[in-house]
Ligand binder design. Sequence first.
Ligand SMILES: [Zn+2]
Length: 419
Amino acid sequence: MEVRRTAPVKLVVPDERRDDLHESAQQFLHCANRAAEFCWSDDSYTECVTSNTTARDALYDDLREETNLTANLVQEAIRRAVHATKGCVERWKNGKRVSQPEFTSWSMLYDKRSATFYRNEVSLSTVNGRVECDFELPSDSPTPYERYVLSEEFEFRASTLQYDAVDDEFYFHITTRKDDSEGDGGDHPEGSADTGHQTVLGIDLGVNSLAVSSTGRFWQGDDYDHWCREFEKRRGEMQQRGTQAAHNALLRLGKREDAWRKQYIHTVANELVSEAVEHDCDGIVFEDLTDIRERLPNATWHHVWAFRRLYEYVSYKGPERGVSVEQVEPNYTSQRCSRTDCGSTHEDNRHGEHFECQKCGYEVNADYNGAKNIGLRYAQKRRHRLRSSPKSGGGDAPVDVRMNGGTVNGESHRPIAGD
Ligand SMILES: [Zn+2]
């Protein structure tokens, strides 16, 4: 049994070296997108390239020519694209709609040759030589960094360098691995990994809040709604003018709007995956989006666009950080009481943003209640499958849903790397 841990660490990057990291990330994106293009075929999934060796052999020399990245960063960028393509091919085989993976978020993958660790700092390879960055560690001890990264039991795997544009900070998400196959029954911080027990994060998508997790984190999406309305207003004004200049401006506006929307959803997707990683979740569960228009009559087209993109982005970002992504049928998840000792379903339980169970009186934010139910539905499904095929082995372990003590934290947008 393999145990993985990810510890997010804030980096202190010297001012004069920040541009080197930004330029490296740009070139890393370039490599990943070139590789994704190479791997993809719109015709058939059998024509997509899912072998890392094939992609590397075809692209490595060109990408070294085209960029100033070191060998290992180029290889990690190719690996990322192959990995994403594999994920898409899997979904395609299952009859889901897919498209060529596209990388736009600020994120680079380091392996142990491109990143060297010291007790309080890391040395990172960039387009302009190495940069030494100190760790800014929280004062409580032991920090996740000390527990997992400096621990000899854990072996360093790979780490993702991310940049948070909102507070202009760099974060290093360090992933370590511990091979537990001797079955020493040692003390796992969360106590569940050795039994193959899984923990999932449930996500509810909606109009009141764009996304809510079963841990009680809210992505309100107010600014998303606001800017979508603004863009629409300005589009309307330009269309009325009808001149060639206005037409050109309209095209530019469309491009900007598109880029802005994507960037917004990328940020939410990254934070959502971080929420799962920080809470040691093995999976993220969404509702199936097929009939989302019928289920959410108040949703505008840009809501529906955001839901689909968010699911799509999370389903390739999650696996990169060891988190699987699942979907369940959403039937009655909004009307069911998520209290584990109740579970009563009634159409009068929900009134807009408010949920009040007619049976046990449980009162809670309706979207948060939905998020817990989505996680619970997946857990139920897995338990059912486990019972009907008891010999199915380690792949079908029981599932728990990560929650937040039943209290709602109405704060939206905690920073990416948390406290
Ligand atoms: Zn109830």
